[in-house]
Design a protein around this ligand. Structure first.
Ligand code: DGL
Length: 273
């Protein structure tokens, strides 16, 4: 595998853009192939076996594009499928970390909130990390039902999103949390609403910057960093329409005149569908 090959990144939809945004900051010379499984979004309520099957097919697609490493930019897919992917494919995989460790270690009130999908809370990774690092803190966890759908509908800043967030986060505030862990890559899109709702002093923890740094470390350890001889580009693919992906990528600043060259392809058929 060559350093000039692209990095693969996937999510159930547009959430992984929040991870791509951080990856582009630390790896500006790399090219990326982003796959949004918008036809099968959301993953959160799906059984583990289905998320494994979808993640497996997406990985095959990314390997066909020559990807040298894959970032699973979806907490739900990481929880369900990272072990399967690591044992069935030869390239390195980077998964999402639930970020309970930094939140617990830095909590002064000894109370933290975690907002994630049902699939993520059921995962071994979440259960083991909480046991290991959060045994002496009070963890208020909440399934963010409906939030992914609102982000995918372009309604992250809508009154509906604010209402749902109030319902999910107010009880955590009552429990005196001082950190809120975003356990789903779609949730950083809700940052504006969240910072209006949360009292000052509650820190929002987004694991994406740490995942980007880990990707840099793994590429470097495997001698897979791009030597800079080819121009970087980002190719976006979706199993449905690319409209929302384009809209959110622009909103986040992933696409700009100064950024890498981009192209979008919709309607990609996965091998298992
Ligand atoms: N971005 C995915 C995650 O991080 C969203 C899951 C979903 O599609 O429900 O979990």
């Amino acid at each position: 595998m060559l350093g000039s090959n692209p990095i693969g990144i996937f999510d159930s939809g547009s959430g992984g853009l929040t991870v791509l945004y951080e990856l582009l900051k630390v790896l500006p010379r790399e090219s990326f192939v982003y796959f949004a499984d918008s036809a099968n979004c959301p993953y959160g309520p799906k059984p583990q076996s289905e998320v494994i099957e979808l993640s497996d097919c997406i990985t095959r697609f990314l390997l066909e594009q020559g990807c040298k490493l894959v970032v699973v930019a979806c907490n739900t897919a990481t929880a369900a499928a990272i072990e399967h992917l690591r044992s069935n494919f030869k390239i390195p995989f980077i998964g999402m970390e639930p970020a309970i460790k930094p939140a617990s270690l830095n909590s002064k009130t000894k109370s933290i909130g975690v907002l994630a999908t049902a699939g993520t809370f059921k995962g071994k990774l979440y259960i083991e990390t909480s046991k290991k690092y959060a045994s002496d803190v009070n963890v208020c966890y909440q399934v963010g039902e409906g939030l992914v759908e609102l982000v995918e509908a372009g309604k992250a800043d809508s009154p509906e999103a604010a209402e749902l967030l109030h319902r999910y986060v107010d009880p955590m505030v009552d429990c005196n949390i001082d950190h809120l862990v975003l356990g789903c890559t779609h949730y950083p899109f809700l940052m504006n609403s969240l910072s209006r709702i949360l009292p000052r002093g509650v820190e929002i923890v987004n694991p994406a910057p740490a995942v980007a740094r880990q990707t840099l470390r793994v590429l470097s350890e495997n001698n897979l960093l791009n030597d800079g001889s080819s121009l970087s580009k980002v190719s976006f693919y979706s199993s449905a329409s690319v409209e929302i992906l384009k809209f959110l990528a622009e909103k986040l600043g992933v696409i700009s005149n100064h950024g890498p060259a981009v192209n979008f392809t919709g309607g990609v058929k996965l091998c298992c569908r």
